[in-house]
Design a protein around this ligand. Structure first.
Ligand SMILES: Nc1ncnc2c1ncn2[C@@H]1O[C@H](COP(=O)(O)OP(=O)(O)OP(=O)(O)O)[C@@H](O)[C@H]1O
Length: 293
């Protein structure tokens, strides 16, 4: 397992029919860093996230997640097509069949990666704490018999899930809203709840898709602090997509810039701010998009 890089993305390609959304995207994310994926509208940022998190099956390339003490090929656990060589190796055949039948984005999450979405996707008719309990269904004891007989292991796992939910509510400063409906929270609070929900699955890396979108400056400042807490106090690697360049430059250890589905620059905030290719890509960005590098 790579100690240095938690995520290794090599030659990632994603085509939607004739649209080449990603073309040979290669980058590494260092363990324990806050990294940002930036680029003008339509550059391919969300498509990269969707490939990393298993929501899209990439057309080509490799994504290796080195977390939970093992290497996981994201492409493989989503279920790859059979190869001729599988038919002479029963082990390879079984592996491929297993992932084809039971593979999916849940295995990427189980391997240590979780995400939030550009458009908030909470269960708005459920309470705040229920949203966090639902997120933990994969790790909690959901054995039917254990539930009927209310066994001690079942009770313990329920208690742990509740404890974890309240722990993360505390971190995102939402404890007092635990029993409110998620849909009743303000926009900024819902964004924080999404982060808490993703953290409840104990990821080693969290991917945040435009976490500051729609937040006012003080909420953005609170979010920036929270992201630092995730990195510094919880050893969580953070990868974010963000259009708020002030926040990106302030918080990021490393930045990857995409344009038209290709990586045009990688480096620390100072390298990126002064990179002519990046400046040109942003100056050519769509009208109305506010960008200050
Ligand atoms: N499911 C899809 N089907 C067809 N085309 C898609 C799909 N998802 C993305 N695309 C196309 O891929 C390209 C990259 O889109 P993507 O949403 O990844 O860009 P982005 O950098 O995240 O943009 P934004 O900053 O506006 O969110 C665009 O041309 C988009 O239309």
């Amino acid at each position: 397992m790579s100690q240095e890089n938690i995520l290794t993305v090599e030659n990632l390609v994603m085509h939607f029919g004739g649209i080449k959304a990603l073309n040979d995207v290669t980058f590494n994310i260092k363990r324990g860093s806050v990294s940002a994926l930036i680029g003008p509208n339509g550059a391919g940022k969300t498509t990269v996230f969707n490939c990393l998190t298993g929501f899209y099956k990439a057309t080509g390339g490799h994504i290796m997640l080195s977390a939970n003490s093992k290497d996981t090929s994201v492409i493989k656990v989503l279920g790859e097509p059979f190869k001729v060589t599988d038919f002479i190796s029963p082990v390879a055949f079984y592996q491929r069949l297993k992932y084809k039948m039971f593979g999916g984005s849940h295995l990427v999450n189980r391997a240590g990666l979780s995400r939030t979405f550009q458009n908030i996707r909470l269960f708005k008719e459920m309470s705040v704490v229920e949203n966090l309990l639902v997120a933990q269904h994969m790790r909690a004891n959901r054995n039917l018999l254990a539930g009927i007989f209310n066994t001690s292991s079942y009770k313990r796992s329920e208690d742990e899930a509740l404890e974890r939910a309240f722990y993360w509510l505390g971190v995102v400063d939402l404890t007092e809203f635990a029993n409110r409906l998620a849909g009743e929270l303000s926009y900024g609070q819902q964004r924080r709840l999404e982060i808490a929900r993703a953290m409840c699955t104990n990821p080693e890396i969290i991917c945040l898709d435009e976490p500051a979108a729609g937040l006012n400056p003080s909420e953005t400042e609170a979010l920036t602090k929270m992201i630092r807490v995730l990195r510094d106090q919880h050893n969580t690697t953070v990868l974010l997509i963000e259009h708020d360049m002030g926040m990106v430059m302030d918080i990021s250890d490393y930045i990857v810039v995409l344009d038209h589905g290709e990586v045009i620059a990688k480096g620390n905030p100072d390298d990126i701010k002064n990179n002519p290719k990046v400046i040109a890509a942003y100056l050519g960005a769509e009208e109305g998009e506010e960008v200050t590098l």
